[in-house]
Design a protein around this ligand. Structure first.
Ligand code: HEC
Length: 134
């Protein structure tokens, strides 16, 4: 009985997990923004723990970002919705860069860490400038 109940819970979680809403996206975006600020704070205070926390925030939230679905696109540029593949490629790049930042910083190469941070910021902006009308 418990097993059946558990499977129903699991199944409904899976079904609902597919419904990635505009609100979910905005929440993920705000978390990404907080994570970027934390990394920047890590640079300013020369504090690896902030950088690590920020990088974790990027990894945790970038992974779940999904493209807008039909009906979401009204407020995007020229009704632009971006493809699933594009979204996953951009966010995967962000995750790779995020890890590199820790690596660079641990190697004492703050300049390279900052370059990598900028690359990641470009990833954010390339998606935003593609879809934003505002
Ligand atoms: C794959 C595309 C994509 C990438 C990559 C992306 N974003 Fe976004 N972002 C969006 C979309 C779409 C919106 C608009 C959400 C809306 O208003 O419906 C948005 C909106 C935002 C907002 C505004 C949220 C609000 O409350 O209105 C912030 C902040 C943000 N993104 C931060 C980031 C940061 C930081 C990164 C990089 C670490 C990033 N985004 C990368 C697609 C992306």
């Amino acid at each position: 009985m418990i097993k059946i109940a558990l499977s129903i819970v699991l199944l409904s979680t899976l079904i609902f997990a597919n419904e990635y809403t505009a609100e979910d996206r905005i929440k993920d975006m705000q978390e990404l923004d907080t994570a970027m600020s934390l990394i920047q704070k890590g640079f300013m205070y020369s504090e690896l723990s902030y950088i690590k926390e920020g990088v974790q925030g990027i990894k945790d939230n970038a992974i779940s970002v999904e493209p807008p679905i039909k009906g979401d696109e009204k407020h995007y540029k020229k009704n632009e919705t971006f493809s699933y593949k594009y979204t996953k490629r951009e966010t995967a790049r962000m995750i790779v860069h995020a890890d590199d930042i820790i690596q660079d910083f641990e190697n004492g190469d703050e300049k390279q860490a900052l370059n990598t941070y900028t690359k990641m910021m470009k990833q954010c902006m390339s998606c935003h400038s593609r879809i934003r009308e505002w």
